[in-house]
Design a protein around this ligand. Structure first.
Ligand code: LMR
Length: 396
């Protein structure tokens, strides 16, 4: 009997919020938990370009036979063109489809472990799943605290100082844009400094690009990743289509590897295929086929880009309305205006987070991370009021 040796694991705290919010009968509850885009009515819609591509897929797909561990290569190529473009010679890039961005990160972690990389440096806080995911694959995370929640700023010098502890050959994780959970990215000069430092220290960058198009715009959001790729001989880029194509549960992502030359790339690719085969054999097809159909069709691409831009503008305007609350008690909401994308993390204690939930039905991650897309215009007013109530009651 082996199962008796297992110990019970806690539920994932972020995913638990979905259930807790669903079970809360209060009509004015606010869900700022898991990172999904929502419209003004609180709905996470299927994008119209996705619906159109799905209809085409349904009508035209003639086989569901296996594609292989690399998945839909048309999808991978189209995405590489869009994200990486001609930043580096195409022969230096290999890529394959993965089950979501998390699948891409898992594969990245496993290929790093296979290549003898023992440690990955991560600016902290980071997405709650980054550290466990790398640790589970045998690459130990080393955290560098580098964000100030009160001023909502990224401490570039602190991050670079943290990297002085890295050994040549270690990996470093970089959020491509719309940092999760803080929402603060390096500026162009910051990216250039990081790229130079990473290259000089012979570190292997792993760029996690999961929110392209939801920050400053589709192309601008890829510039950090491109700056890194252009500066180093080797890198990994994990890509998620969850948010920018709204494909969440279809688990649609890709992993790209940059190598010094074509021959090394071929060896890396063979390892990625072998690892994918041992993990999930082949990735699910539906989401990737949808993305391919959109990206191969000019009209659908334009429709999707327009819709994505509308989503981006909604996030921008919600963020501005949230920031207009200014200073409430100890919290300077005005600083949230520095951020981009879906997330901000407020300087709230776990007991304040709990109090906001119990008293006002406001659900957020225990870290104080909020999904800005979870607001609508009236909910932001109620959120400001709740923070005032919390300050008035001296909840610490
Ligand atoms: C989030 O951070 O809320 C999303 O990326 C969903 C997830 O899997 O955690």
């Amino acid at each position: 009997m082996r199962f008796a040796t297992l110990t019970r694991q806690p539920d994932d705290p972020l995913l638990r919020i979905i259930g807790q919010h669903g079970a809360d009968p209060r009509p004015d509850k606010i869900d700022l938990g898991v990172g999904v885009f929502r419209d003004e009515a609180g709905h996470t819609p299927v994008m119209t370009a996705v619906k159109a591509a799905e209809a085409r897929l349904l009508a035209e797909q003639s086989s569901k036979s296996y594609l292989g561990p690399e998945g839909d290569i048309g999808f991978v190529r189209a995405l590489a063109g869009l994200v990486i473009g001609d930043t580096v010679a195409a022969e230096r890039i290999v890529g394959l489809q993965t089950p979501g961005g998390t699948g891409a990160l898992r594969l990245a972690a496993e290929v790093l472990a296979r290549a003898g990389v023992a440690k990955i440096w991560i600016g902290s806080p980071s997405w709650a799943n980054h550290a466990p995911l790398f640790r589970q694959a045998g690459v130990e995370p080393a955290l560098i605290p580098c964000f100030d929640l009160n001023s909502q700023t990224f401490d570039l010098n602190g991050f670079l100082a943290g990297l002085t502890g890295a050994a040549a050959g270690d990996a470093v994780l970089l959020h491509g844009c719309c940092h999760n959970p803080i929402g603060i990215d390096p500026d162009a000069a910051g990216w250039a400094a990081i790229a130079q430092d990473v290259a000089a220290r012979d570190l292997l960058p792993v760029v996690d690009l999961a929110y392209q198009g939801l920050g400053d715009g589709f192309d601008v959001d890829a510039e950090g990743a491109r700056t890194i790729l252009a500066a180093v001989p080797e890198a990994l880029l994990a890509y998620s289509c969850d948010k920018n194509f709204g494909l969440y549960r279809e688990r649609t992502g890709a992993l790209f590897a940059l190598s010094p030359d074509r021959d090394t790339g071929a060896v890396v690719f063979s390892n990625l295929l072998a690892l994918a085969r041992a993990n999930w054999s082949m990735p699910p097809d539906h989401g990737a086929a949808i993305v391919r159909i959109i990206l191969e069709d000019e009209g659908l691409t334009a429709e999707w880009r327009d819709e994505l831009e509308t989503m981006r503008q909604r996030l921008e305007s919600l963020r501005a309305t949230l920031a207009a609350g200014g200073r409430i008690g100890a919290i300077d909401l005005g600083a949230v205006a520095h951020g981009k994308g879906m997330f901000a993390t407020l300087p709230l204690s776990p007991s304040q987070v709990e109090w906001l939930c119990d008293r006002h039905g406001i659900y957020m991650a225990g870290s104080g991370r909020i999904n800005i897309a979870g607001f609508n215009t009236t909910a932001i007013g109620r959120f400001h009021d709740a923070l005032r109530d919390m300050a008035a009651n001296g909840v610490a």
